[in-house]
Ligand binder design. Structure first.
Ligand SMILES: Cc1ncc(COP(=O)(O)O)c(C=O)c1O
Length: 361
């Protein structure tokens, strides 16, 4: 009997941060690094206007959005490609660059979609060791071989929250062979006020062998609309445009993204909020011997090694109160840690109150 056959996939599917708990109608979701302040009121207004109509296909080139991005970030609109989330841009990059058995280097504890999309097209994923949950330039260089095509890196990194300094990032690029594409994922760049940090876009916008990823899912608060962008050489962007699905970013997403870029006040408020509460939460958790990375993006990686309770126990206890953190065992394979997204003021206080109760018992 003949049957339809498909590829054998030795891939673990992406498991997103949980977003519901049985028996809870309303939960506190601190598991997906979404915006603590929701989305800007300016965006809400724009997408609830009567002007919207869905019977036409969206602009497949995202022209207005690319122009607005170019204006805001002082870059060239012809070197921008928009995707249904930066996720889709990662997928397109893998399709464009990788043949079966090519090699891709990703740090040991990095964002999972790099390895997933690379494996789907048959590439071999090589993991570079991290030092104390921080990406190591020398460990990446050690893994380079003749077959290396791409090095993927999120800076700051998810889920560890650590980052390469400006100088380390420059060093990494210098040490990589010229025909290896360095992909710097700036997903959390807007949150970063650390003086030794510079975004991939700021450092490498004119480099032919660096590709930058950006997203509207984090500080801009548009996760659900799925919109992100990539910045690369004109040659790479032109080739990506050949494989890009024709209408990949819907009209609402394009409109919302354009408006979100105009609301600088909302962005400043989000940054302030994040720094204030990331510090507060970090200090608070320290009292219970739960340590975490230096404040960077809109999340903290909590380490329970010195704590009297383990990560799993705390995860369960919080879950029973309707609060969800991100397990780092799923996918990332990091034991006895949890990733905590910085929430709204009330969410953060509720979280702290529940932690206090757990430790009082
Ligand atoms: C480092 C990193 N890159 C990309 C993404 C995905 O973003 P998008 O929603 O634009 O696909 C995430 C989301 O968690 C992330 O942490």
């Amino acid at each position: 009997m003949s049957i339809v056959r498909f590829k054998k996939l030795n891939i673990e599917a992406y498991k997103p941060g949980k977003s519901s708990i049985k028996k809870f109608r309303k939960i506190i979701k601190l598991s997906a690094n979404e915006s603590a302040l929701g989305m800007s009121s300016r965006v809400k207004k724009a997408i609830s206007s009567k002007g919207l109509n869905f019977f036409r296909y969206p602009d497949g080139k995202s022209k207005k959005l690319r122009s607005q991005i170019a204006k805001k970030f002082k870059c060239n609109k012809d070197r921008i490609i928009c995707g249904a989330g930066s996720d889709e841009v990662i997928q397109m990059l893998c399709q464009l660059f990788l043949k079966p058995r090519d090699e891709v280097i990703v740090p040991q504890f990095s964002f999972l979609m790099y390895r997933i999309y690379a494996k789907i097209v048959g590439a071999n994923v090589i993991y570079s060791r991290e030092t104390n949950f921080k990406v190591s330039v020398s460990e990446i260089i050690k893994k380079v071989s003749k077959k290396t095509k791409i090095v993927f890196l999120a800076n700051p990194n998810n889920p560890t929250g650590t980052y390469l300094t400006k100088f380390e990032l420059i060093e990494l690029r210098k040490k990589l062979r010229k025909n290896i594409l360095l992909v710097v994922d700036d997903a959390y760049a807007e949150y970063m006020k650390n003086t030794d940090y510079k975004s991939g876009l700021d450092l490498f916008r004119n480099k032919q062998n660096v590709f930058i990823l950006r997203t509207f899912s984090k500080i801009y608060g548009l996760s659900s609309l799925r919109v992100g962008w990539g910045y690369g050489s004109k040659k790479i962007i032109d080739a990506l445009n050949i494989i890009k699905p024709p209408f990949n970013v819907n009209e609402v997403a394009q409109k919302a993204a354009v408006e979100s870029l105009k609301d600088s006040k909302f962005i400043s408020r989000s940054i302030k909020h994040n720094i204030l509460y990331a510090k507060k939460l970090k200090n608070f958790l320290n009292k219970y011997d739960i340590s975490s990375n230096k404040v960077s993006a809109n999340f903290l990686l909590l380490n329970f090694t010195k704590c009297k309770f383990g990560a799993r126990y705390i995860y369960k206890k919080l879950k029973s109160k309707g609060i969800i953190l991100r397990s780092t065992e799923d996918g990332y394979k990091i034991r006895n840690m949890l990733r905590l997204t910085i929430g709204s003021k009330s969410e953060n206080f509720k979280f702290m109150k529940e932690v206090e109760i757990i430790f009082k018992k």
